[in-house]
Design a protein around this ligand. Structure first.
Ligand code: DAH
Length: 350
C-alpha cells in the first residue's frame, strides 16, 4: 500500500479511537471526507502520477475512503446506542413486585348530579337530548326572543368565533332545534314534547368563588295543549324531591327572561334548616335554584308551533349550582380545577 495512504489510515484509526462525543465525530468526518479533508487532498494530488500508479493508488484511496465512511457510520450508531442505554440506565428503578396503586377513580360531582336529574326526568317520560356547544346567534338569542341589541344580551357576553358562531351561554340555545325535532309528533300524533337537555355553557365572566366562565345547566321543556304553571310546579317539585331524597317545598317569584311569559325564579325550601331560617339561606328559609316560566308565544312560533293551540313550560336548572348544594362545595372554581384529590373528596363514597 502506498505509504501516504497507510499513514492516513493509521492516523484516522488513532483519531477515531479518541473520539468521545458526536461533535468530535463530526469534525473528524469533515477532517477526512469534507471538501478540504485529508482524503480529498489525497485524491487531488493524484494528477501528478503516472497512469499505472493512478490505477493502484486510486483504488487504494477509494478503498480507504469507503473504510472511513463505514467506520464513521458504525461509530455514530454505537454512540447513539450508548446514549440511549445511558437514558435507560438513568430511569428510576421499577420494581414489578410492588403492589399497584389501586385507588379507584370517582365521578365528577356535576356528572353525578346530572345523571340523577336525567334519571328522574326519564322516568317521567322526558327525552334526553344532546346538543352542540358551538351554536348560532339565532339559536342562542334570536329564536329565544332576544333580538340584536336587546339589553338581556348584556348579561350573556360570550366567546365568538370568526364565523359569527358562539359558545352557547345557556342551554336554552337548544330549545328551537328541539321544538322542530318533535313538532310533527306533537301536531300530527298529539304526542307532547317533553325533553331535557344538559350541557356546558360559557360566559365571559370575571371568576370568583361564585362565578365561572364555564358551567353546566339542564334545560327542560314540556309543550302540549293546556299546559299550565301547575304542571311546571309539579314536575320541578317531583324532580327536586327525588334528587335530594326528601320532600322539597317550592315557591315561585316573578323573574324576567325574554323567552318566557310569565317568567319565574323557583326557590326551594332550605336544605339545611328545612325552611326555619339559617345562615345558609340568609335566614329566609328559601334557596334560589331554578329560573323557569311559560314559553313565550314568539318562541313557540319560531319553533314552528302554533301558540294559539299549544302552551308549554321551560326551565333552566343550574346543574353546577345543584352540585355545589348537594356536595357542600363552597368555591365554584374547584369544579373546573381538575384537582382530583379535591374533587374526589366530595364523591368518594359514590
Ligand atoms: N337560560 C336562562 C339563563 O341561563 C335560564 C332560564 C330561564 C331557562 C327561564 C329557562 C327559563 O328555560 O324558562 O339565564
Amino acid at each position: 500500500m502506498n505509504e501516504k495512504i497507510a499513514a492516513l489510515q493509521q492516523s484516522f484509526e488513532a483519531e477515531l479511537a479518541q473520539v468521545s462525543d458526536m461533535a468530535e465525530l463530526e469534525s473528524l468526518r469533515v477532517g477526512y471526507l469534507g471538501k478540504k479533508g485529508k482524503m480529498t487532498e489525497l485524491l487531488k494530488g493524484m494528477g501528478n502520477l503516472s497512469v499505472e500508479e493512478r490505477k493502484t493508488i486510486g483504488a487504494e484511496t477509494n478503498e480507504l475512503k469507503n473504510q472511513i465512511t463505514v467506520a464513521l457510520a458504525e461509530k455514530l450508531e454505537a454512540m447513539k446506542a450508548a446514549e440511549l442505554q445511558k437514558e435507560i440506565d438513568e430511569l428510576p428503578e421499577f420494581d414489578v413486585s410492588m403492589p399497584a396503586n389501586m385507588a379507584r377513580g370517582s365521578y365528577h360531582p356535576i356528572t353525578l348530579v346530572q345523571r340523577q336529574c336525567e334519571q328522574v326526568f326519564r322516568t317521567m317520560g322526558f327525552h334526553l337530548e344532546d346538543y352542540a356547544e358551538i351554536v348560532t346567534d339565532y339559536e342562542c338569542f334570536e329564536s329565544l326572543n332576544i333580538p340584536k341589541f336587546h339589553p338581556a344580551r348584556d348579561m350573556q357576553d360570550t366567546y365568538y368565533l370568526d364565523n359569527g358562531q358562539l359558545l352557547k351561554t345557556q342551554t336554552s340555545a337548544a330549545q328551537n332545534a328541539i321544538y322542530r325535532k318533535y313538532r310533527d309528533d306533537l301536531v300530527n300524533n298529539g304526542v307532547p314534547i317533553k325533553a331535557v337537555f344538559p350541557g356546558r355553557c360559557f360566559r365571559n365572566e370575571a371568576t370568583d368563588a361564585c362565578h365561572e366562565n364555564t358551567f353546566f345547566q339542564m334545560e327542560g321543556m314540556m309543550v302540549d295543549k293546556n299546559i299550565s304553571i301547575s304542571n311546571l310546579i309539579y314536575f320541578m317539585k317531583t324532580m327536586l324531591s327525588e334528587v335530594f331524597r326528601k320532600d322539597i317545598k317550592v315557591r315561585l317569584r316573578p323573574g324576567f327572561f325574554p323567552f318566557v311569559e310569565p317568567g319565574f325564579e323557583l326557590d326551594i325550601s332550605c336544605l339545611i334548616c328545612g325552611g326555619e331560617g339559617c345562615p345558609s339561606c340568609k335566614h329566609s328559609g328559601w334557596l334560589e335554584l331554578c329560573p323557569c316560566g311559560m314559553i313565550h308565544p314568539e318562541v313557540l312560533k319560531a319553533g314552528g308551533i302554533d301558540p294559539e293551540e299549544y302552551t308549554g313550560f321551560a326551565f333552566g336548572l343550574g346543574l353546577t349550582r345543584l352540585a355545589m348544594m348537594q356536595y357542600g362545595i363552597k368555591d365554584i372554581r374547584d369544579l373546573n380545577s381538575g384537582n382530583l384529590t379535591r374533587l374526589s373528596q366530595f364523591t368518594d363514597d359514590e
